[in-house]
Write a protein that binds this ligand. Structure first.
Ligand code: CTP
Length: 411
């Protein structure tokens, strides 16, 4: 894809993930974007202006009070001469300054002076990301219309630290950039709304090479995320391992196990609507082995003790005001008495709607392209005809958009 006229102003923050910006610049230029870079003072501790400038093919801006910089191109022009501003890595400190409207260096002055869309790729330690101050700042920034890509859940640079906080990969940031720049400005039914979707199976590790999984393909969840983005929503898709391509214009957080999925979902709140299409493993192995479990001539096969995973849907449906999404939709995968079990599940999980389907092997639904669903709400049960999963997704998202609109209209 080529974007001859699209100009990105990349603000590089001071974090270890700054090195990934070199790859981001290279890939963005390969796709035809013009990239101009601005580095915070702290960014200079991680990458050099020389390497950044060599890749952008332009000078690198650093200093608010540089006479040369201001004479040639001031901070106002820097923000005007861009179609999109990308902040990567967005550190906790930079996010706090943006949320507070600070303007004491070139990066923050440009961000305060801009009239252009801003996309940020947060990167920090998981404790910093989860800290109430960072949660508050993220909410403020979202309220100001700032778009987020990531952070992803995973290992940190520091030993034994893992969780949400890894900067999104350059290709994911590029996809988000392309989606931002392609987005129509006209109001769509879900414009200004945040929709959170879980999709795919989870993998529960037994040892470094083995895991417990299920047959979910992620087709239905990914189709729902794509349908929500098409109606103008900002969409966060938290996905277990699947071979599905990332839907266009959707922020994807990839996870493996149920506990990572819960952490990623919690870190992505608040949302207007949350749809739990993932086939989360109900159990995990009580003690994951650090080493591959060997046969070693033992007679008896190892016994796996299973313990229950957290119920993500139930946890989110029971969040308090301000955290619980306005509309919480669960799925019910059943193999018998589908509707009765789904009605019971709607109550026990505390969600608003349940999308129930029969996943008996003869239906071919699990892993297949078609789906026959029953929508269970407080008002009753609707039996939908058999449709392909994309059509189910579009119909469900259209219903959710209507519901959110009616709530806003009656508020
Ligand atoms: N779910 C979840 N977290 C879990 C288990 C399930 O978020 N640990 C969600 C699924 O994404 C789905 C709904 O709960 O939206 C119902 O999942 P399902 O597998 O049908 O039900 P379970 O709660 O696992 O109950 P059971 O297996 O006994 O039917």
């Amino acid at each position: 894809m080529s974007h001859p006229k699209k100009r990105i102003l990349l603000i590089i923050g001071g974090g270890i993930a700054a090195y990934k910006c070199l790859d981001l610049i290279r890939r963005a230029r390969e796709r035809g974007f013009a990239v101009r870079a601005l580095m915070t003072k702290a960014a200079g501790e991680f990458v050099t202006p020389l390497s950044v400038g060599a890749l952008t093919g332009d000078r690198v801006f650093q200093d608010l009070f540089s006479l040369d910089d201001e004479r040639e191109i001031g901070h106002i022009r820097l923000s005007r001469e861009a179609d999109l501003i990308v902040v990567a890595p967005a550190t906790a400190d930079l996010m706090a300054k943006m949320a507070g409207g600070h303007a004491d260096d070139l990066a923050t002055a440009v961000l305060l002076a801009t009239d252009k869309p801003v996309l940020i790729a947060p990167a920090m330690n998981p404790y910093m990301w989860r800290h109430p101050a960072t949660r508050r700042n993220a909410d403020l920034l979202r309220g100001d219309g700032v778009a987020f890509i990531g952070p992803n859940v995973g290992e940190m640079a520091e030993r034994n630290e893992a969780g949400p906080g890894r900067m999104a990969e350059p290709l994911e940031i590029l996809t988000a950039i392309e989606a931002r720049l392609a987005r129509p400005t006209s109001a769509l039914p879900l414009s200004g709304r945040h929709v959170l979707v879980t999709s795919g199976p989870t993998h529960e590790p037994i040892d470094p090479v083995r895991y417990i999984a299920n047959r979910s393909s992620g087709k239905q969840g990914h189709a729902i995320a794509a349908a929500a983005a098409a109606l103008g929503a900002r969409v966060t898709l938290v996905s277990g391992p699947t071979t599905q391509p990332d839907p266009k214009g959707v922020d994807v957080i990839r996870v493996e196990a149920a506990r990572d999925m819960l952490a990623a979902v919690e870190a992505s709140l608040p949302a207007d609507c949350a749809i739990f299409a993932a086939a989360v493993a109900d159990w995990r192995v009580a003690t994951e082995s650090d080493e591959k479990i060997k046969k070693d001539g033992k007679k008896a096969a190892p016994k796996l003790e299973l313990i229950e995973n957290p119920d993500i849907l139930k946890t989110i449906a029971h969040e308090g005001p301000g955290r619980r999404p306005t509309l919480v939709i669960g799925f019910a995968a059943e193999t018998e008495t589908v509707v009765a079990f789904a009605q019971r599940k709607r109550k026990s999980k505390g969600c608003d709607w349940i999308v129930a389907n029969d996943v008996s092997p003869e239906t071919g639904i699990m892993g297949g392209d078609r789906n026959t669903i029953h929508l269970v709400t407080a008002d009753g049960v609707e039996d939908w005809p058999e449709m392909d999963k994309v059509a189910v997704a579009e119909a469900l998202i259209a219903r959710a958009a209507d519901h959110l609109l009616s709530i806003t209209a009656n508020a």
